[in-house]
Design a protein around this ligand. Structure first.
Ligand code: CA
Length: 267
């Protein structure tokens, strides 16, 4: 992450107060971008609920996100976050994991009960197991502090685009955006051919169910297989290889003599 750091913009969440000395974005007048006048109505502004107990980080993010047109609602505790979540549901949540009152993971879990709201988690830990745990537990993405505001903005855009893009299926850390035809594992995009996507789309429609080669062939080509054709197996092997390359192991299950299933890998 360090190599992406742009020295002209400070990192967020740096300890030692560098971030605090910066002029807040709302007092700056960026060239060529007129400030919104008070009372001006901006159509369809996206609302972001920021649950973060560190006031300096919250102030900075509020300014950064406000500057690009997001409406930020700040909750300095988990309790207040849950209240705001209920009273005025946002389009996206930015959630600090280290909150004084409620564990961030618990908030993520409760937020997901109210529908498929994208959640980006801010975490101070770099531990891989913790991140995997977060993604499995319902977070859509995470950033490790310190991070650059531009990176957070990019991730917000990805999540909002995804949430507008129709149905998103989750199997373990695998996400299949059906209409957008995008597949990611732990947030990393996996590039599939149209036939591989069609295969994954079918299997993910009912995780755990075993689909026969004929069912798969009908879904992909619209007709059953020639006898002794191994074309389905070839596509399954290709899909399995691509999932593996992205670190997604154990998702495709072969049931000998029956067919294939997609399932959450055993941990
Ligand atoms: Ca914190």
């Amino acid at each position: 992450m360090a190599e992406k750091h742009n020295p002209t913009r400070p990192m967020v969440g740096v300890t030692g107060g560098q971030a605090e000395t910066r002029t807040p974005a709302h007092t700056r007048t960026p060239q060529g971008r007129p400030k919104n006048r008070p009372g001006e109505v901006i159509p369809n502004r996206k609302r972001i609920l920021l649950i973060e107990d560190d006031a300096e980080i919250a102030r900075l993010l509020e300014a950064e996100l406000g500057e690009v047109g997001y409406e930020v609602d700040w909750a300095p505790s988990g309790m207040q976050g849950l209240v705001k979540l209920r009273e005025s549901p946002p389009n996206l949540i930015i959630l600090d994991l280290g909150l004084p009152d409620i564990d961030g993971a618990e908030i993520a879990r409760r937020a997901k009960q109210n529908g498929d709201l994208p959640i980006i988690v801010l975490t101070a830990t770099d531990a891989v197991e913790r991140k995997v745990q977060l993604l499995l537990g319902g977070a859509d993405d995470y950033l490790t502090k310190p991070f650059h505001p531009a990176e957070l903005l990019a991730r917000i855009q990805v999540q909002l685009r995804k949430s507008e893009g129709g149905e998103v299926r989750r199997v373990g850390a695998l996400e299949i955006a059906v209409e957008a035809r995008r597949v990611t594992h732990e947030g990393k995009e996996i590039s599939l051919s149209p036939k591989e996507f069609a295969l994954l789309e079918l299997l993910s429609s009912r995780p755990g169910r075993v689909f026969s080669r004929d069912e798969i062939a009908r879904h992909i080509w619209g007709h059953p297989l020639e006898s002794n054709s191994n074309v389905v197996d070839v596509h399954v092997a290709n899909l399995r290889a691509k999932l593996r390359d992205a670190g997604a192991y154990g998702y495709l299950r072969t049931v000998r003599g029956v067919g294939y299933a997609l399932r959450q890998p055993k941990t």
